[in-house]
Design a protein around this ligand. Sequence first.
Ligand code: GCO
Length: 438
Amino acid sequence: MPFPKDFIWGAATASYQIEGGAWEDGRGEANWDRFCRTEGCVFEGHTGDVACDHYHKYKEDVQLMKELGIEYYRYSVAWPRIFPEGGGKLNQAGLDFYRRLNDELLTAGIKPFPTLYHWDLPQVLEERGGWASREIPMLFGEYANTVVSALSDQVENWFTLNEPWCTAFLGYNTGYFAPGRKESPKVIAQVIHHLLLAHGLGVQAVRANGAPGVEVGIVLNTFTFLPATDSPEDEAAAHARYIKDNGWWLDPMYKAVYPEGTWSDLEDARPDIEPGDMEIISSPTDFIGLNIYSAALTRADKTEVPNDESTEVTFMGWPVRPKAIYSAIERLSRIYSPKKVFIAENGAAYDDKIADDGLVHDKERVSFLKRYHAELERAADDGLPIKGYFAWSLLDNFEWAFGYSKRFGIIYTDYDNDCRRIPKDSYYYYKELINTCK
Ligand code: GCO
């Protein structure tokens, strides 16, 4: 294994997807609580009320992580637990939950790597305009200051936002995700700008309130394009598509400008940008996290090759394309030269079942992971700045609009039996990989 000895192995989850305890200890309503209760929005009306019951089972989960051998755990902090009203009065009990979790992790020799925002916005803030309102990034900055300073003795690494593209487009354009709004291009452009501003304020909050040496970055779902053939024309088209689709997020952060043509993609709807915003957005980061699942095959004319029966897909219908992981790291590094890259999520959904022997033999997931890990290894071997990897996900969990119908875990969650955990074959495969690399 050519992975460097200090390569970080981890697993990832997100608050709304696993915690449950939705109405306990003063937690406020989240946008997703409301969305789940809106007719027709989430598969069979599933909610995050109980989820994996991690809020109560976190000690057991940390033991499973310890047994797995991960060194870092990526989770997210639920804003509505900390500020049930979005801002103003702090809910100490909410903060205490994350302190207890971090204590448990640190005792087990695992470092917490939290994300400040993985899509659960206090519902009161949605009612004040949500991400279309400039008040939200400002309140996010205050929330970030509070959380980072309260956990500064426990946390050395922070992610600001997770996949702001999903918030902007699935939340405010298609309406597939909370808050389910279908807005005009002008509003969507404003949402994008506010999310980027929140990221920048999050970076500043970490610098101002974290312990010396604390590090920070964002997590993006950069779109990955692979050339359909070996031809240089297909490769040039794939690279051009990468720049066009990802520059919206990456240029403001790395170059303090929106790329040419960004707003024309949104019918020339420019957001309102205040003086100083681009400086905030481009506050220097220490690393970037990429969530990689699949890729599109691109032809010279920049169109994508449609999937057919021969395309291997996961239970989400996403094509299995292991080269996505190498390509995502390579293109990003070539264009933006980040200091460090993490794969912040990678994994797959399959239709897992408990077998007669009581175990879960998820051989498709093991095969998926092996192939993606080979490409990760190739990236490390080629000297790309890849420093770590987080498996998505530690546990089967609430897969947003799909509810509990899609299982991404390396640990099975038996929802019918008090959310009992059953490590899958992929858990043991990953354990072995980590062990070999140490
Ligand atoms: C995302 C989120 C995760 C998802 C995972 C599988 O990438 O959409 O970060 O919360 O559950 O990616 O879809």
